[in-house]
Design a protein around this ligand. Structure first.
Ligand SMILES: *[C@@H]1O[C@H](CO)[C@@H](O)[C@H](O)[C@H]1NC(C)=O
Ligand SMILES: *[C@@H]1O[C@H](CO)[C@@H](O)[C@H](O)[C@H]1NC(C)=O
Ligand SMILES: *[C@@H]1O[C@H](CO)[C@@H](O)[C@H](O)[C@H]1NC(C)=O
Ligand SMILES: *[C@@H]1O[C@H](CO)[C@@H](O)[C@H](O)[C@H]1NC(C)=O
Length: 440
């Protein structure tokens, strides 16, 4: 009976999610908005304006500086790329800033058509001989539109009557992801438009990941937001406010996600993710400790890892934070279970836990203090880990390993102000628990 019920639940859960096969783990990549906004002043600021040059230079960095190979494969355009619509009503990019068009950019960042199939993979070297100019950066291109009369910055939006045409345009350009914002529309238009766009993307036959800002426009919570429906039509969704370049903004987003974790935590899973917005690391607002904290906390939330920083000038220290392999492994854990805050106290210490495959888990000890490094005394048992178990704990940032840590062992972590200590915990199997236990 129980088995049958579980089986039925599994079927139901499958039926409720978007079946385009994409984003089985949270997407990773680069998104223009937080750092480069709507800078369209290419005469004054040619290096940093929203233009094909900016995206090509970021694509080169993603491919050449180790990002792509760690999983940062999406290169995503945000607002302010649109020039208008042509005489057939099709969207066209700004002709001065994107003179070669979006299809050109898509070809620049992704393997050229014909090299995708495994059958012809062996021809790849030949291909380069035939066309040494060919780019094959192995990335994916994302684009932005808005369900409404205009984008948030006032460029032509997608209205209910242009949904299908715009989906076909994006697919024709070989775009791999669409972020759909929600400015300049009514609740009713959004309620029609987002499902309609999801169906239209599917109808193009091209797998296009769908990022929906819809819930952020409706307060982010049920009953106004139907997350069952969202998981059915979107691969990820922005639940809450835009992030800004400050620690306060990080904290306000974290606070909201934690306050509503009973609702939000169960929503995430392979193919459908909560999105607390971009990483600020490498920009101006976060200290070293705060940068590590955002990376750790976003990883615990199973958040998409969209950097929005200048990869041409990022420091080695910030690259280390963003390129930490064990951090990325945790973020990309195939179970896709979002973590939760499991502890907070009056000393402004919090602990977050995320379950991982093979009964492993990640722990983040987070300090909101503003005085000095804090010595936090605890044990895994006090954090509600099962009793009489033994673990190996690896510190994500220092690499240090604590072997043979029993649930009952008291330990101390030293947490810097607005900083974190992060552990990867692996259960040690096949220990004779009853005998060794009392030898501690
Ligand atoms: C969108 O534009 C139409 C036509 O101009 C207008 O009637 C409608 O009020 C606008 N909607 C919003 C939400 O601005
Ligand atoms: C479209 O939806 C069907 C049914 O959910 C799914 O099997 C198919 O893979 C989807 N196609 C694309 C391109 O998203
Ligand atoms: C939410 O959406 C699902 C899927 O479309 C639907 O079955 C359900 O009735 C909706 N729930 C509410 C409360 O409207
Ligand atoms: C851990 O500390 C608690 C007090 O918090 C104490 O009761 C317990 O005996 C200690 N455990 C070990 C294994 O030292």
């Amino acid at each position: 009976m129980l088995q049958q019920t579980v089986f039925l639940l599994a079927l139901v859960a499958q039926g409720l999610t978007l079946e385009n096969g994409l984003l089985r783990t949270p997407p990773m990549g680069w998104l223009a908005w937080e750092r480069f906004r709507c800078n369209i002043h290419c005469d004054e600021d040619p290096k940093n304006c929203i233009s094909e040059r900016l995206f090509m230079e970021m694509a080169d960095r993603l491919a050449q500086d180790g990002w792509r190979d760690l999983g940062y494969v999406y290169l995503n355009i945000d607002d302010c790329w649109i020039g208008g619509r042509d005489d057939k009503g099709r969207l066209v990019p700004d002709s001065k800033r994107f003179p070669r068009g979006i299809a050109f950019l898509a070809d620049y960042v992704t393997p050229p058509l014909g090299l995708r199939g495994s059958l012809i993979l062996s021809l790849e070297p030949l291909w380069y001989i035939l066309d040494p100019q060919a780019h094959s950066l192995g990335l994916k291109l994302g684009i932005y539109e808005d369900m409404g009369n205009m984008t948030c910055m006032g460029f032509p939006g997608t209205t209910l009557d242009t949904v299908e045409l715009d989906a076909q345009t994006f697919a024709g350009w070989k775009v791999d992801m669409l972020k759909m914002d929600g400015c300049f529309s009514t609740s009713e238009e959004r309620a029609q438009g987002y499902p309609k766009m999801s169906a239209a993307l599917n109808a193009t036959g091209r797998p296009i990941a769908f990022s929906c800002s819809w819930p952020a426009y409706e307060g982010g919570l049920p009953p106004k937001v139907n997350y069952t429906l969202l998981a059915n039509i979107c691969n990820l969704w922005r639940n809450y406010d835009d992030i800004q370049d400050s620690w306060n903004s990080v904290l306000s987003i974290l606070d909201w996600f934690v306050k509503h974790q009973d609702i939000l935590q169960p929503l995430a899973g392979p193919g459908h993710w909560n999105d607390p917005d971009m990483l600020l690391i490498g920009n101006f607002g976060l200290s070293f400790e705060e940068s590590r904290s955002q990376m750790a906390l976003w990883t615990m939330l199973a958040a998409p890892l969209f950097m929005s920083t200048d990869l041409r000038t990022i420091t080695p220290q910030n690259m280390d934070i963003l390129q930490n392999p064990l951090m990325i492994k945790i973020n990309q854990d195939p179970l896709g279970i979002q973590g939760r805050r499991i502890y907070e106290d009056e000393y402004q210490i919090e602990v977050y836990k995320r379950p991982l495959t093979n009964e492993a888990s990640a722990l983040v000890f987070f300090s909101r203090r503003t005085d000095m490094p804090y010595h936090f005394h605890t044990s895994l048992a006090k954090l509600n880990f099962p009793r009489a178990k033994v673990y190996d704990a690896q510190n994500i940032f220092s690499g240090e390993i604590i072997s043979g840590l029993w649930s009952e062992n008291n330990f101390t972590v030293v947490i810097n102000p607005s900083g974190v200590v992060m552990w990867y915990l692996n259960p040690v199997k096949n220990m004779d628990i009853s005998e060794t236990m009392y030898q501690l």
